[in-house]
Write a protein that binds this ligand. Structure first.
Ligand SMILES: [Zn+2]
Ligand SMILES: [Zn+2]
Length: 330
């Protein structure tokens, strides 16, 4: 590797004097998005998209030294030109393009290719070297649209109005995507766990349209949530928090629900396949579209995807060891 290499602190660009999504405190951190395995505390300076500032401040503290940037805005860092481009993953998520002496590298962060009403659509950036994630880098992963999956969620909710419907999903990104997709189907109040409410307010403040929400904690103790939809993070599943809801129907929305047995193992009654990462086709198509001759693969199925890219697509691909965790954020 040359322009960007892996140090113990994270992905490092020497010519630019910065790290991208470092997993240890460094001087200057460029952040692709605010999920906890990409945005960690303790850095002296942060740069990220302006629209992700609200979430980054909530997660890393109001006092962090953060410079916001617009999508596509060229920035001079050291000897490099850097810009952030939409990744279609969560609010404010970006791929980071680094140019140095005519050579272009793109670090994807996490990304997806399906439409998502809560964030800007993924932009293909031509490059020489592409560092891609591969959280769902197996041919078995294929996503329906978010609109279709959220229709299924709506039908499941409406299918049993005698009980509360508890839908578990990641608090940042997934929950807001469900709330935004539901807008096309209803404007009924959806109740949310405390971990979701604050993040949802930040989405609302930057203009993302969602169904109305109310925190569960603010409802009277006598209220039983019969026929209501409730969103909560996976960490609340089987916790004391669930005692509030008599005999609920339960479901989990995640890309992992595509794997037979995952739902049953975790004990949810229903699984909805909804991911904020690219599926297999999305990954392969994206690598093709960038025109990159060299591809480094991080997260999850990096071996399988890099072997496929080498043998079938004929690009110089190899796995890259990082501490990114895939779809595990809550
Ligand atoms: Zn992420
Ligand atoms: Zn990630």
């Amino acid at each position: 590797m040359s322009l960007i290499s892996v140090l113990p602190e994270g992905l490092y660009c020497q010519a630019g004097g910065f790290f991208i999504d470092p997993w240890k405190p460094v001087e200057l951190a460029l952040i692709t998005h605010a999920h906890s395995d990409h945005a960690r505390s303790g850095c002296q300076k942060y740069m990220a998209t302006e629209i992700s500032a609200g979430i980054l401040h909530k997660r890393l503290g109001e006092t962090i030294n953060l410079t916001g940037t617009q999508y596509g805005e060229p920035l001079r860092l050291g000897e490099t030109q850097v810009s952030f481009h939409p990744a279609g993953h969560v609010l404010g998520s970006a791929q980071i393009r680094v140019e140095h002496q005519g050579e272009v590298w793109v670090v994807s962060g996490d990304y997806k290719r399906c439409a998502d009403p809560t964030c800007a659509e993924f932009e293909v950036i031509p490059c020489n070297t592409f560092i891609t994630e591969a959280t769902f880098g197996l041919p078995i992963y294929h996503w329906e649209t978010g609109a279709q999956t959220c229709q299924e969620i709506y039908d499941w909710w409406q299918g049993d109005l005698d009980r509360p419907s508890l839908l578990f999903c990641y608090a940042f990104g997934k929950a807001q995507r469900v709330l935004a997709e539901l807008c096309h189907l209803t404007n009924q109040m959806v109740y949310v766990h405390g971990a979701i409410q604050g993040l949802t307010e930040i989405y609302r403040r930057v203009g993302v349209e969602m169904v109305p929400t109310a925190p569960i904690s603010e409802q009277p103790r006598s209220y039983k949530f019969k026929g209501d939809l409730i969103l909560a993070p996976p960490s609340a599943y089987r916790s004391n928090w669930m005692k509030r809801f008599p005999q609920p129907q339960t479901a989990f929305a995640s890309g992992w629900m595509a794997v037979r047995g995952a739902r049953r193992r975790r004990g949810y009654e229903r699984g909805f396949v909804l991911s904020d990462h690219a599926d297999w086709q999305g990954l392969v198509q994206t690598v093709r579209q960038t025109g990159a001759q060299t591809v480094y693969v991080t997260h999850g199925q990096s071996q399988v995807l890099s072997r496929y890219l080498q043998e079938v697509e004929g690009v110089n691909a190899q796995p890259l060891d990082t501490l990114f965790e895939g779809e595990g954020d809550i």
